[in-house]
Write a protein that binds this ligand. Structure first.
Ligand SMILES: [Zn+2]
Ligand SMILES: [Zn+2]
Length: 360
């Protein structure tokens, strides 16, 4: 089964919920039926890890963090396969769709295991089952997406949650060369939105954020054409940049109530808005803000396995590398620094890397 001798133990990081990390030693697991063992290569940190696990454990019960090895954006190489695997073999490079579903409910059949309705078989990597912040990880074969040779493991780590989530939202509202696009919130998800909107043809991209560091990163990377500091004049500023009309499309990646309202109000008549950022609130006046201007508002939650496959193909075609958004790489031993930096927000994407990806 194994192609080389594996160590007996490995290190993995857990998040106790008090803005710290703990490294523990674990036995290297053996893949069961339909499972593979991955040698982890890259594991990026997500805003939801910070918000819902790192600072405090927000979710309760089966939805909550179960004290497992953290990290729900894993990417690695298959080094052993369990009985019953149908496609993957040792040596294959793989992205992990970050929620393992039952495979049989309606949501799973659509490929949206994120919203699997099974009470016990729905288990997210890094939340209810071990994730990517450990040297090895068990994944179900059905949760894997092939990582093409043109993409690095750090590229792959960001496909499921970050770029996949954004791509899904953008495909819902449709982006093309006709559109000026507003992105509210320029954290890693907002930066991914800028990168994907460019490749989809948008040539007027306006970004808004509260942090100067993030505005500078977005501007320096060429992911936005205009970077605006969050403030009460944002709607007027966006209109001024779009001939007084507002943008055709808006993407909220901030989850902040004021920024969401800006996204809606700065969108022109017949425009479309998608909400991606999680949590928080939204208060608006439906008639002036939405109804009278014939606007459409979408909600979009993560993505599906089939759209992830589609995105991976597009990334190669576009020569778009999500790893360009990674501003900091840490070894697992320094996982504490990695989470602390991500929590500060004063960075792009932060990755815990292994082997060749650490020095790439
Ligand atoms: Zn995530
Ligand atoms: Zn299901």
């Amino acid at each position: 089964m194994c192609t080389k001798t594996l160590p007996d133990t490995m290190m993995g990081a857990v998040l106790p919920g008090n803005s710290s990390t703990q490294l523990h030693s674990y036995d290297v697991p053996t893949p069961g039926h339909g499972e593979v063992l991955l040698k982890m290569k890259a594991s990026t940190i997500c805003g939801s890890d910070i918000r819902c696990i790192y600072h405090e454990h927000l979710g309760k019960g089966p939805e909550g963090y179960q004290g497992v090895i953290a990290g729900h954006e894993p990417c690695g190489q298959v080094i052993a396969v369990g009985p019953g695997c149908r496609q993957y073999q040792a040596g294959d490079r793989a992205i992990v769709y970050h929620i393992s579903g039952c495979g049989l409910c309606n949501d799973c059949r659509r490929g949206y295991m994120i919203s699997c309705t099974h009470p016990t078989y729905r288990r997210a990597y890094g939340w209810q089952r071990d994730g990517g912040m450990g040297e090895y990880m068990i994944a179900e074969e059905k949760d894997l997406i092939h990582l093409p040779d043109e993409l690095s493991y750090v590229d792959g780590a960001q496909v499921a949650c970050g770029f996949g989530t954004v791509y899904e939202g953008l495909e819902k509202i449709g982006i093309c060369g006709n559109d000026a696009v507003l992105i509210t919130g320029l954290g890693p998800v907002g930066l991914a939105a800028g990168a994907l909107c460019r490749k989809l043809g948008a040539n007027k991209i306006i970004g808004i954020d509260v942090l100067d560091e993030r505005l500078a990163i977005a501007k320096d990377m060429g992911l936005v054409d205009e970077a605006l500091k969050s403030g009460p004049d944002n709607v007027a500023e966006v209109r001024a940049l779009t001939g007084g009309h507002g943008v055709e499309r808006a993407v909220d990646c901030s989850a902040h109530h004021a920024a969401r309202l800006t996204a809606i109000q700065a969108t022109r008549k017949w425009g479309r808005i998608v909400l991606i950022g999680e949590g928080g609130k939204l208060e608006m006046q439906p008639s002036p803000d939405m109804i009278h201007d014939q606007k459409t508002l979408y909600g979009s939650w993560v993505t599906s396995t089939w759209r992830m496959e589609e995105l991976v193909e597009r990334l190669v075609r576009w020569n778009l590398h999500p790893s360009d958004l990674v501003t900091h790489r840490f070894p697992l031993e320094k996982v504490d620094e990695a989470y602390a930096l991500m929590a500060s927000g004063k960075c792009g994407k932060v990755a815990v890397c292994y082997d060749e990806e650490l020095h790439a």
